[in-house]
Write a protein that binds this ligand. Structure first.
Ligand SMILES: C[S@@+](CC[C@H](N)C(=O)[O-])C[C@H]1O[C@@H](n2cnc3c(N)ncnc32)[C@H](O)[C@@H]1O
Length: 383
């Protein structure tokens, strides 16, 4: 049987749009990989020696004052100014390109979603909470400079999935623009399960919770990997959950999506065997991260595992130049929580939430697909 692509909950770019995407990926790679390498070489060759002689000591990746001093020094450099301008333009081009596809393709997706979510024989569910107090770090911020942000709701639109459509479209370009390549179909959820099983042996979770699930791309992978499990995905952004629900239903993947804040979850104590997340923690505030870590422990069953995969941008792991570039992204390019995340002491947060120290883990693990590492953290609750 051939799939009916007109019913697919995904973007269908035309050849022209794919060509434009390819140009933007290439443009972003030149900036993210090429220019950043040039900036690092320039700092190492001339700025760092100058700064070290002014400071009277060697530069230290863990010293915030050194980060500030380098930031001041680098601001007037033409290479840095070219990088910031081109980074900004690359992100603009990305969202314009996504919207070009959506202007044409969203009516088809809307129609398909309306039919799919009105079916009687749904395999999963969607529960939205119009009274939820949306955390401002997501509701009031255009994370990644996504137009309207993740919580965008258009007046008068019944089943508004534009924010989910935009996040999905951005995902077609953003990671590739950072030079990240992976086997098609291989996701952060595959990595997470691989690492969890390496660490704790074969898993057969009966109930799985994916916190900060977004459009449910990784949640669907958990459901496919454990077809006998009951799988839940929570997020505060309704449009992302609508997209995830329509997409999972269109593919017959059973996931229960609920609009809920990870810092204040409406689940029973000790009710999940696996609580997972992929690239969620770096988009929370320090307080939300701390409260969420407590909540995750509360809902985890004895013997259950909490396992989280996120960006490795901690000072020390990243040198001073990357920290300065990240600092710019925080202020200008829709990544306002990167530094709070990077400076979070995960073991201390887990200890404060009552996780026994011998149950915790936190550190870097090499990606099994593509270059670089992930930062992982979590714990196994004593049985
Ligand atoms: C970078 S996205 C990752 C989405 C998804 N996990 C993935 O791998 O594609 C981070 C997600 O965390 C969600 N998020 C941030 N803070 C949250 C909170 N306090 N409660 C629930 N979701 C939250 C955001 O709405 C966003 O969808």
């Amino acid at each position: 049987m051939t799939a009916d692509l007109s019913r697919e909950i995904n973007l269908h770019p035309t050849q022209d749009e794919l060509a434009r995407q390819a140009f933007i990926v290439n443009f972003k790679q030149r900036v993210n990989l090429g220019l950043q390498k040039d900036i690092k070489a320039h700092v190492a060759d001339s700025i760092a020696p100058e700064l070290e002689s002014e400071l009277g000591q060697p530069l230290d990746d863990l010293n915030r004052d050194h980060r500030k001093a380098l930031k001041r020094k680098i601001a007037d450099e033409h290479l840095f100014q070219a990088w910031e301008t081109l980074t900004w333009i690359g992100q603009d081009m990305m969202w314009n390109c996504v919207d070009e596809t959506l202007d044409r393709d969203l009516p088809r997706i809307d129609e398909a979603a309306a039919e799919i979510v009105s079916r009687k024989d749904k395999v999963g569910s969607l529960k939205l909470d119009p009274d939820l107090d949306l955390p401002p770090n997501v509701a009031k911020v255009e994370i990644h400079r996504q137009p309207g942000g993740f919580c965008l709701e258009r007046e008068g639109v019944d089943y508004d999935l534009l924010s989910g459509a935009r996040m999905t479209g951005g995902g077609m370009i953003y990671g590739a623009g950072k030079g990240r390549t992976s086997k098609p179909g291989y996701s952060a959820a595959h990595f997470l399960i691989q690492e969890a099983e390496k660490q704790f042996g074969k898993q057969k979770p009966k109930r799985i919770l994916d916190v900060g699930c977004g459009t449910g791309f990784n949640t669907a992978t958990f459901a496919k990997l454990y077809p006998d499990a009951e799988v839940y995905g929570i997020d505060v952004a309704a449009g992302l959950l609508r997209w995830g629900h329509a997409r999972c239903e269109s593919e017959g993947v059973p996931v229960n999506f609920i609009q809920m804040n990870t810092a204040d979850m409406d689940f029973e104590d000790e009710s999940f065997d696996l609580v997972a997340s992929t690239i969620w923690g770096h988009e929370t505030t320090p307080q939300i991260l701390q409260d969420s870590i407590s909540e995750i422990w509360r809902v985890l069953k004895p013997g259950g595992i909490s396992f989280h995969v996120d960006v490795p941008n901690q000072p020390g792991y990243q040198g001073l130049v990357d920290q300065v570039l990240n600092d710019w992204q925080i202020r200008h390019n829709g990544e306002p929580f990167w530094m709070g995340w990077a400076e979070a002491d995960l073991p201390a947060l887990m200890t404060a939430a009552g996780y026994p120290e011998q149950c915790q883990f936190a550190g870097y693990r090499p990606r099994t697909q593509g270059a670089g590492d992930w930062f992982v953290h979590g714990a196994k609750k004593p049985a």
